[in-house]
Structure formats: structure tokens, C-alpha cells
Design a protein around this ligand. Structure first.
Ligand SMILES: NC(=O)c1cc2c(N)ncc(C(N)=O)c2s1
Length: 323
């Protein structure tokens, strides 16, 4: 039997309940990679919310899951100036480069330092701004000082929270990437449609984020790993390792393969471990990022014109050509 239409008051309460439920399920699926319900459960609740929003458009909110599908045609991308520069990294290509880095850091720090090691994701660097917990701006790195405003496109990336778990104002940085399997599927579709194929997942992610039709971006199954806090706001982490955990606690997707290393020998073992594991990962990496873990030491060591003295990117040799 058809259900009696909801009053505005009933619809308001029901929409709020459905948004919270659907955003929780979406967090579990796209951020925590631990889904708790089958797709059909999500789809049924999504349709219930979508029907309410169709009946009562004024009930649509910016953090509603229905806003993830895009549908806006952008005229272009405005420029954005990064108040905190998006720095680049000095590169290392050999074991000797990594041990020389450690020697320099120990000498400058004047004491033993610990290192936070992370996978270097082969995607597109992005900066995300939140005000009182709400996603307000997303931008590309650009030249590190001026990037492009791609907020509307990033709103369709399901692992980017539209609202944080705490109503705080922060700016965070990370990588937007296309999983390997999504890259293979996309190129298969493009080949069958007689379109040019992308050379690698990084180009596919970059090309996707440059789309002016946001509904196209929504279909590209992009994901993210966040790894830097540019403007801490009320966040309290005093080390890189703790900052990654704090990013996860407030709702961001972070990479689980990080390792806190007490010596450069442990760092080198981690590098060798992930050089071996690289081909098994569901996303592309082009190396390992090594940072002094304590923020006090990062502040002491500071930056050269180009890059931080307290970090280095160990670059893997290119993998075999894309299949
Ligand atoms: N250019 C940069 O500063 C970085 C670039 C990247 C990257 N592509 N992937 C991971 C990290 C990380 N975990 O710090 C960094 S940091």
C-alpha cells in the first residue's frame, strides 16, 4: 500500500536521519574501507532521501549524499593562492642518498631523530579547506603558491568528507588518485568508444579533475590519501605519525602503510619492503616519503628555497609500461 506523503516536519526529521545514516555508510565504504551494509541497503535509503528532496527541494543540504553525483557544468577554474605554500620534496635515488640525508639531518638536529615513512602516492596533490567542519574549498597544487579551485569536482570524490567529525576549521593536503583497477576499466571503456586512452593512473586522475562537467568526475572513482596538515586549527598532534592518526579521527582517508622508524636502517628496510610490495598495491606509488617525525625538529630544520630540509622522497625506478 502506498505510504501517506510526509508532512514537511516529518520530511525534515526523516531527511536528517537518512543523511546521517547514508554519510556514515559512505564513510565506512569509501574512507575506512570497512563497509557494514550491502549496496542494496544503501541504495534503498538513498532513494528514500532522494524522493524526499525531490518533494521538498529546500531540504537539500550541502553535505547530502545526493550532492555527490555532480551535474554542474563549470565555466572554468578560478585561481587560488595557497596561504601556506605547497612545498615540493628533494629526491633521492639510491641508498647512499638516503644515508647522506640522515647524516645531514642528525648533524643539523644535533641529536638522534625518528622518521615517519609513508608511501609516495602517484596522483595529484590537492589542498582541502574546512570551516566549522564543512568542506568549503578544494584546490590543485599548481606551482605551490597558486593553484586552481576544483571544489565542485572534489565534492564528487566520495572519500573526501563534506563534513568532518568535529566542527573545526583546518586546511589539509594529500593526494587524489585513481585506483589501478579503475584505470584499467576506464581505458577499456575509452578504447571501446574510440577515444584516446590515458597513459597512466596519474594522468587519468589529473584529466578527470580537469573535467568541467562534474557528473563526469563522479563516475571516475577517484580516491584520496591525506597526509599533511597545513593549518592545524585546534588539532594537537606534535609529530607526523600522530598527525596522520588525527587526520583519520576527524574523517579523512589516510594510508595505513605508514611506519615510525627509529633509525635510517629501519627506513631503508621499509623502502626495500615496499619496493617489493609495490606491484601488489591497488594504487600506484612512485616512491617513499621520509620525514623527521617530531614537528619541533621540522621547525628547527626549516626549508630551502625549494623544499624542506627535514624530508626526502626516495624515488623508485619506473615500473614496466602500463598494460
Ligand atoms: N610533494 C610533497 O610534498 C609530497 C608528495 C607526496 C605524495 N605524492 N604522496 C605521499 C606524500 C606523503 N605521505 O607525505 C607526499 S608529500
Amino acid at each position: 500500500m502506498a505510504q501517506a506523503p510526509l508532512t514537511l516536519a516529518e520530511a525534515t526529521d526523516k531527511a536528517k536521519e537518512l543523511r546521517a545514516q547514508l554519510n556514515q555508510y559512505s564513510h565506512e565504504y569509501y574512507v575506512a574501507d570497512t563497509p557494514t551494509v550491502e549496496d542494496y541497503v544503501y541504495d534503498r535509503l538513498y532513494k528514500e532521501l532522494s524522493d524526499i528532496e525531490t518533494e521538498y527541494p529546500d531540504l537539500i543540504t550541502s553535505d547530502s549524499p545526493t550532492q555527490r553525483v555532480g551535474g554542474k557544468i563549470l565555466q572554468g577554474f578560478e585561481k587560488v593562492t595557497h596561504e601556506v605554500q605547497m612545498y615540493s620534496l628533494n629526491d633521492g635515488f639510491s641508498k647512499e642518498d638516503i644515508y647522506d640525508f640522515d647524516e645531514r639531518v642528525q648533524k643539523l638536529a644535533g641529536k638522534p631523530v625518528s622518521y615517519c615513512c609513508e608511501l609516495k602516492i602517484d596522483g595529484l596533490a590537492i589542498s582541502l579547506k574546512y570551516e566549522n567542519g564543512k568542506f568549503v574549498q578544494g584546490a590543485t597544487r599548481g606551482d605551490g603558491t597558486v593553484g586552481e579551485n576544483i571544489t565542485e569536482n572534489l565534492k564528487t570524490v566520495k572519500s573526501i568528507p563534506l563534513e568532518l567529525k568535529k566542527p573545526i576549521s583546518v586546511e589539509v593536503r594529500g593526494e587524489c588518485y585513481m585506483p589501478k583497477q579503475s584505470f584499467v576499466n576506464l581505458n577499456k571503456e575509452r578504447e571501446e568508444a574510440g577515444q584516446d586512452v590515458f597513459a597512466n593512473p596519474r594522468n587519468a586522475a589529473a584529466g578527470s579533475l580537469r573535467q568541467l562537467d562534474t557528473s563526469m568526475v563522479a563516475k571516475r572513482n577517484l580516491s584520496t590519501f591525506l597526509y599533511t596538515v597545513a593549518d592545524f586549527g585546534p588539532m594537537t598532534a606534535q609529530t607526523q605519525y600522530d598527525a596522520l592518526n588525527e587526520l583519520s579521527e576527524i574523517g579523512f582517508r589516510t594510508n595505513p602503510e605508514k611506519k615510525l622508524c627509529q633509525t635510517i636502517d629501519e627506513v631503508w628496510a621499509y623502502i626495500e619492503e615496499y619496493h617489493e610490495k609495490r606491484s601488489e598495491l591497488p594504487y600506484e606509488i612512485d616512491g617513499i616519503v621520509i620525514k623527521t617525525n617530531e614537528f619541533t625538529i621540522q621547525d628547527e630544520l626549516g626549508f630551502t628555497v625549494k623544499a624542506p630540509r627535514w624530508a626526502i622522497a626516495y624515488k623508485f625506478p619506473p615500473e614496466e609500461a602500463q598494460t
